[in-house]
Design a protein around this ligand. Structure first.
Ligand code: AP5
Length: 210
């Protein structure tokens, strides 16, 4: 693994992990690996993994560890991740963190903190293009409503971005992912970053601690 850099962006649903990971990828040239994006691609392709994952995702639950760990280890083994990687949405459970730590070195964990009171508005206002570009109806609107600025595709709303699913996802975060943050805190590699404010301001805070 040599000098390869390993970063984790961890935070509640809608805390801005994907938004910030894309900026970090552009600046640092490391691979942005989002298990949520990989799983949505598998669902869209109708693969066996996608068929098995879809029900858990639609319910706002977590996909079983064994499926997600294999997916992540495959992504880490690609040439794109050779210089470094930014994990977004993984690890979310202690078994996932143990599998990750057995495979690679993690240099830093950015704990992106956003009060739960702001999360619902962020998540329910999110719009996506099929190519994965992310918008928000209020905070990051496209130039033409409902159309991706970059690809011209029609934007859609994720099936798990409804208020009841957001609550289910937040309770999973509290139960399953908080202990992951504590695990890395005990290793002394967690840096808390305030995720409230303009995305560029949040990015500047992250860049300052890297
Ligand atoms: P995943 O896609 O990882 O969902 P998530 O963790 O719930 O995170 P989100 O994608 O909702 O939010 P984000 O933090 O990336 O925020 P974003 O930048 O988009 O996972 C989806 C599902 O897949 C899971 O529920 C689970 O079922 C399954 N899954 C995935 N990984 C798994 C794993 N490891 N184990 C088991 N199951 C797994 O921003 C949100 C919105 O806010 C956007 O509209 C954005 O424009 C806006 N925004 C961003 N930053 C700001 C800002 N600073 N100010 C105002 N608005 C902002």
């Amino acid at each position: 693994m040599g000098d390869r850099k390993g970063l984790i962006l961890i935070g509640a649903p809608g805390s801005g992990k994907g938004t910030q990971a894309k900026k970090l990828q552009e600046q640092l040239g490391y691979a942005h690996i989002s298990t949520g994006d990989l799983l949505r691609a598998a669902v869209a392709a109708g693969s066996e993994l996608g068929l098995r994952a879809k029900g858990f995702m639609d319910a706002g639950g977590l996909v079983p560890d064994a499926l997600v760990i294999d997916l992540l280890l495959e992504a880490l083994a690609t040439p794109a991740a050779a210089a470094g990687f930014i994990l977004d949405g993984f690890p979310r459970t202690l078994p996932q963190a143990e599998a990750l730590d057995a495979a690679v070195r993690i240099d830093k964990v950015i704990d992106l903190q956003v009060p739960f009171g702001l999360i619902e508005e962020r998540v329910t206002g999110r719009r996506m293009s099929p190519s994965g570009h992310v918008y928000h109806v209020k905070y990051s609107p496209p130039k033409v409503e409902g159309i991706c600025d970059i690809t011209g595709e029609a934007l859609y709303q994720r099936s798990d971005d409804t208020p009841d699913k957001v609550r289910a996802r937040l309770s999973k975060f509290e139960a399953e992912t908080r202990p992951v943050i504590a695990r890395y805190q005990s290793k002394g590699i967690v840096v808390a970053v305030d995720g409230v404010g303009d995305p560029d301001e949040v990015y500047a805070r992250i860049a300052a601690v890297l």
